[in-house]
Design a protein around this ligand. Sequence first.
Ligand code: TEU
Length: 599
Amino acid sequence: TPAREWWRTAVVYQVYPRSFADSDGDGVGDLRGVLGKLDYLERLGVDVVWLSPIYVSPQDDNGYDIADYQAIDPTFGTMADLDELIAGLHARGMRLVMDLVVNHTSDEHAWFAESRTGKDSPKRDWYWWRPPRPGRTGGEPGAEPTNWHSFFSGSTWEWDAASGEYYLHLFSRKQPDLNWENPEVREAVYKMMRWWVARGVDGFRMDVINLISKDVGEDGSLPDGAVDPGLPAGGSRFGDGAPYYANGPRLQEFLAEMNREVLAAGTPDGEVLITVGEMPGVTLELARDVTDPAHRQLDMVFTFEHMGLDHGAGGKWSLQPLHLPDLKANLAAWQEGLADAGWNSLYWNNHDQPRIVSRWGDDSAEHRVTSAKTLGTVLHMLRGTPYVYQGEEIGMTNVGWAEIEDYRDIETLNYYRESVSGGASDGEVMAGIGPVSRDNARTPMQWDNSANAGFTTGTPWLAVNPSYVTINTAAAVADPDSVFHHYRRLVELRHTHDIVVDGRFELLLPDHEQVFAYTRTTSTSDTRVARETEETGRAPAAAQTLLVVANFSSEPAEVALPGLADVLAGEVLLTTHDGAPVDGEQVRLAPWESRVYLA
Ligand code: TEU
C-alpha cells in the first residue's frame, strides 16, 4: 500500500490556456504555449497542472461549453499536442488534471443537436425539456417552467419554438443542462472519462459537479424558487432555484457510481487519480460526506464559503471590505471539520475570482509583494491541497477596467445588460464589475516586459494588464525576494515537512482584526499519526509545532502568543522580512509581515 495518496502532498497549478501563452500569434493561448512553459512550472515545483477546458467548443463561456468531449479545439491545438503535454509533464514527474464539464454541454454538442430535433428524439430525455407554465404561451416572459435565475442573468429556460418546449440552462443559453436522471447520460459520461484515463490523464477537476442532481418530483416537476424582494429591478421576477438544483438528492449516489465506474480503477500505471469537485453552495457537512475516503466519491471539493465572505447585499457584484475574523473562523471551521475524515482544497484564486492581492491584500507599490507573499503563506501552511492560479505566484493584480467595452466575460456582459436595462446607471454597474469581474483573472499571463507581456506576438483576445511592465515572471524569477520565490519555497515546505501535510490545525487569536495566526502540530500520541505510522512502517513523527503568524493588514501589529515562546525561539522556516523581533511571547510585525516557525 502506498504511504499516502500522492495528492495529499501535492500542489496544483491551474492553467487557463486561453490566457497562458500563445505560440502561434493568433492572440489566444494554446497547448504549444503551455508546452513551452513546462520548465517554468518545474522551477516553481508544482506537482500537478490542472488545465481548464481545451475541448471543441463555440467558446461562449471560454470552453466551459463543450461541443465534443473527445477532441481538441483547433484554437488550442491538436490531440498530438495534448499527448505531448501529458508526456512532457510525466517526464518531469508532474501530472495532468483535466477539466470535466458534465453538468451541461454546449448547445452545439451532437447530443443536444439530436435532443432538440423534437419530442420523439431518442436523446430528448438527455436534457431538461419542459412545456410552458399551464395556461401560458411559450416564449412570453413568465411562461418559463420555473422562475429560476441563471448564473449568467435572465431565466434558466430557453424557449424552443420548433418543438414547443423550453430547455434548462443554469448558465448561458448555449450551455444546456444534461439530465443525470437518465442512466444513458451517466454511462456516456463515464465512457468518455475512461477514454481520457486510458490516454494518460491523472485526474479530473469537476465543474459545478454538485449541480448534476436536480430535485425533480416524480411527475417531472421542478419547483419555483423564493423571490428575493431585495433584488434589483430586472432581476425581481426571478427566484432562487439553488435549493432545487444544488446539492440535490441523488448527488452522492451519482458520485459513488462515477467512482465505481471510472475512478476506482486508477490509471493504467496503477496510480490513484486525483479528483476535485467544484461545488458552489456546498456545506461543510456535505463536503465531509463527499470526501470521506470510506464513501468513495471524491478526494476533495472546492468550497465557496470563504469566497463569499466579502459579498454584500447585491452578492458578488457588491464587494465589501473583508472582516478578517470572519475569514479565520471560516477557514478554521473547514480545517477542523475535515480533520478526521475528508480533505480540504485550498485556494484564493481561479479563473472566476478577482486577483487575491487586489481583493484581500494591498496591491499598492508599497505592499503588493509582501501582501501577496503573506496571503500565500497563510493559505499554503493549512492542511489540504493548495491550488495556485496562473499569475498568483507573481502577485498579478486586478485590471478593473471602467468601460464595459473592455470586458469579454459572458457573466459580466450579461449582468451589465440586465442591470442597465433594469434601470441601473452605467456608473453604478461598472463600480460593481471593476473589482470582481472574472476578466480580472483572465488578462494574459505576464511573462516579461516586452509588448503584450510576452504572451503573444499578435493582438491578445483580452487586453493585457498594464502592470506587466513591472509585474512579470522574468523579473520575478530573477529576483530572489520575489513573490515567485516565496511561492516556490511554500511548495517546497509541503514536500520537505510532513507537518505541513499532516499537522493538526489550531486557530489562535480568533478575534484579532489584523493578525492571522495558527499552529499545526504533530504528536506521537496522536492516534491518527500512530495509525498512519503503523500502516506505512515509517518512524513515528516527533512531536512538533509549526506556527504561522501573519499580519493581514497594511499597519504594524503586535500580539502576544501565550505558551508559544519556545516555538517563537525555534527555527524560522520562512519569512517575508529580515530580522524577527520577538520578545518571549510578544511578536511585533511590520505591515503584511508573516513568519513560519518550527519547533
Ligand atoms: O463556475 C461555476 C460557478 O458557480 C461560478 O464560479 C460562476 O462562474 C460565477 O462566477 C458565479 O457568479 C464554473 C466554471 O469555473 C466557470 O468558469 C463556468 O463559467 C461555469 O462553471 C459554467 O461551466
